[in-house]
Design a protein around this ligand. Sequence first.
Ligand code: AOF
Ligand code: ZN
Length: 350
Amino acid sequence: IEELSVGTAVTPTEDVAMLRALELAGSADFRRRGGNPRVGCVVLAPDGTTIAEGYHRGAGTAHAEAVALAVAGDRARGSTVVVTLEPCAHRGRTGPCADAVVAAGVRRVIFAQPDPNPVASGGAERLRSAGVDVIVGHRTDEAVALNPDWTFAQRTGRPRVRLKIASTLDGRVAAADGSSRWITSAEAREDGHRLRALADAVLVGTGTVLADDPLLTVRIPGPEAYEQPLRAVFGTTPIAASAAIHSTGSSAEPPILLGTRSPSAALAHLRREGVSSVLIEGGPRTAAAFLSAGLVDEVVSYLAPVLLGAGPAAVGDLGITTIGSALRGEITDLRSLGSGPQLCVRIVTR
Ligand code: AOF
Ligand code: ZN
C-alpha cells in the first residue's frame, strides 16, 4: 500500500475514479457547438464508494460537476469530487462550479487539467481558500488528450491549423491546363474526408472555390457519426451565388465568407465562432499566406506516385530565397494509403 502511494497523494480508489471520469468525459459526443471542452466528474463517499457521476454535454448545458452534484444531493457533504478539469470560477452560461462544490460541503477535490481558459480558471484557489483539500494534476496528459484542440486554442488564443496537401511526387496540384481530378488515390481522398470530420472548420481560398467549385462537406460512407465542420472561404474575390459551397445539404451550415486576406484576422473570426481547429484545403496562395504568417501547425501531405513536370505547386511563393530560410518540419506520422504515402509533418514554426 505504501509502495502504491509513493509520489502521489491520490489513493488507488481515487485513481480509479479519475479513470472513470476520463471515460465519462470521452463519452460526450458533441464537438464544436460553442467550443466547450469534454469534462467528466465522479463523486466519492468517504468510504470510497461512488455516489454520483456526471459529464458535460456541450456549450450552454450544465457543467460536469453540477450534473454530478445534483445527483449526489445531500450525500455530497464530506465527499471527494474527482473531475477531469479544474472546477470553473466564473459565471458563464452556467457555473461557477468551484462555488457549487464549496456550497455542497465537499471535503476534497482532485482534478486533472488546470483550466487553460483565463476567464474560467482560478477554481483551485477558490476551493483552497474555502478550506477544501485540493489535489491538482492527476492524469493531466490524459485529460488534455480529451480536448487537444480546445486546450491549444485556449492557450494560444487561436485555433490549431492543419494544412492538407494532395500532390504529385513533384509537388504539383494540377496540370498545366488546370486539370486536377484525380491526382491522389480514392483511399487518400477518403482519408481527406476523415481529416475534415476531425476539424471544427474547413477553409479554402476564393481561388479554389472558383477553380474547383468544392462542396467541402464530410462525406464518409456509413452511419453519419460526424458533425459537419463549418466551411470558410478566405480572400476577398467575390464568389458566385451558384457556387456549390453555398449548398447546405448533409446538414451543413451556410459557409462563412471571411472577406479578408489576413490569416490572423480569418482565424480570429473563426475563433469567435467557437472554432478550435481548422483544416486548410487549398489552394497555393492560401497555403502560402498561412505558412508565411507562421499560422500552420501541421501539414498533412498525400503524395501520389505521379509526375507532371509542370503545373502549379501545392504552396505558392513564401518569399524564401535561400535554403537556410526554408520552413522545416519533422515527420510525425507516415502511412501508405492506396497508391501513395500519406505524410503527416509537424512544422516547426518560427
Ligand atoms: C467546469 N466543468 O464541465 C466544464 C467547464 O460557457 P460556459 O459557462 O459553459 O463556460 C465554458 C468554460 O467553462 C470553458 O471554456 C471551460 O473553461 C469551462 N468548462 N468547467 O468546471 C465543466 N465544461
Ligand atoms: Zn464549471
